[in-house]
Write a protein that binds this ligand. Structure first.
Ligand code: FNR
Length: 381
């Protein structure tokens, strides 16, 4: 396509053009009234950056350590399920883009590419995200496969004991396969590039789970029905101790939203906490993660890294998160927009846009390194 994109919103618009309605709204949507989804982005606007002048910023470094990895940016790619819905190069495109930029890539349990296929494709640091299924043997096997495949980190998502109520998916008939209505058929026909590749390059299966799911039972299930059927509602902090004992690599708890849970995660030995509301896709009305950062930072003992996840659309958002005490941020939709827009090239584009914006924000604020980004530069608006 050879198009130049200079902000994330442009990638979003291109993704909108490329994807049929069920796919786009599955990616874009949130739960219920999408209050948290909207708040995640808007919350960043409520913090202003007061720059420091004349600080010699000629030697700029954005380098930092995330989960033991020397990363060129305080940024990781969050786990997102079913990437095949958005582009036929699916998770491979995202993983390769992450490797090219030396950033940590996260693979979702409900990915359309397997744990092993990703580890055979990239050699840069990888994190596997797990949900706890009712069938504990399944989770145990996923952890074993992750170990064997050489992933450096395991991420347990704790905000999805039941599915968030994503009403856009009801409207579009999103499911595997989607429920066809006149409207959705029209939308598929209008997106011929996507449709053509749907027939040529299939690959829509949940690759990590194929040995465990009954295809007849699954057929036509929406993502929400799958979660409500398969995920374990009895999940408690004890299970986390179990996981800690079975996994000796880096352990990340994703979806922590309050100081008490953060302290418990730290006590259990989590190497990092992802302060996240699942991009506004689970509990609607939950706070924007950037607003939960400070109370969580104050409550923990500094033994665990803090990663803020949700609503990052500009490099200045990364700056604000670092200033308020995050060790890094993670992004979901920004790279998915890139994936849907242009495949691997689009993911690289999304990362490059955020990188350039972050660097420019640092320079304009008089900061040469992450250590220079201080809380006193941020004031609530
Ligand atoms: C997600 N997210 C997610 N999280 C997770 O732990 N496991 C998963 O399988 C998924 N799947 C998923 C699919 C899609 C389409 C989206 C948009 C998100 C949540 C994701 O990891 C991350 O928390 C949010 O995307 C962060 O918010 P932003 O960056 O999208 O605003």
């Amino acid at each position: 396509m050879g198009k130049n994109f200079y902000n994330i919103e442009q990638l979003r618009k291109q993704a909108r053009k490329n994807l049929p309605d069920p796919m786009f709204h599955y990616m874009e949507g949130g739960a219920d009234d999408e209050v948290s989804l909207e708040r995640n982005c808007k919350a960043f606007d409520r913090y202003q950056i007061t720059p420091k002048s004349l600080r010699d910023i000629s030697n700029l470094s954005t380098e930092t350590e995330v989960l033991g990895h020397k990363s060129p940016l305080p940024l990781i790619l969050a786990p997102t399920g079913m990437n095949r819905l958005f582009h036929h190069h699916k998770e491979y495109a995202v993983a390769k883009a992450a490797e090219k930029q030396n950033l940590i890539y996260s693979l979702s349990t409900v990915a359309t590419t397997s744990i092993e296929a990703i580890s055979n494709t990239i050699s840069s640091p990888k994190m596997m995200q797990v949900y706890i299924h009712k069938d504990r043997e399944l989770t145990r096997t996923l952890v074993e496969r992750t170990k064997k495949a050489g992933y450096s980190a395991l991420c347990l998502t704790v905000d999805t004991v039941v599915a968030g109520n994503r009403e856009r998916d009801f409207e579009t008939g999103m499911g595997l396969p989607p429920k066809f209505t006149l409207k959705s058929i029209a939308s598929f026909l209008l997106h011929s590039y996507w449709l053509r590749h749907a027939f040529i390059n299939k690959g829509f299966t949940l690759s990590n789970l194929t040995d465990y799911i009954n295809k007849d039972e699954m057929s036509g299930m929406s993502p929400a029905e799958y979660i409500n059927n398969q995920f374990d509602r009895t999940l408690s902090w004890k299970d986390l101790e179990w996981l800690r004992n079975h996994w000796d690599g880096k352990l990340v708890i994703k979806g922590v939203q309050n100081a008490h849970d953060a302290k418990t995660a730290e006590t259990i030995g989590a190497d990092a906490i992802m302060i996240s509301n699942h991009g506004g896709r689970q509990l609607d009305g939950s706070p924007a993660p950037i607003d939960s950062l400070k109370p969580i930072k104050e409550a923990i003992n500094g033994q665990t890294q803090l990663i803020v996840d949700g609503g990052i659309r500009r490099g200045s958002d990364i700056f604000k998160a670092i200033a308020l005490g995050a060790d890094a941020v993670s992004i979901g939709r920004p790279y998915l927009y890139g994936l849907a827009a242009l495949g691997e090239e689009g993911v690289i584009s999304a990362i490059s846009i955020l990188k350039e914006e972050f660097e420019r924000t640092m320079m304009l604020s008089g900061c040469s390194s992450l250590a220079d980004i201080k809380e006193d530069m941020i004031t609530p608006y």
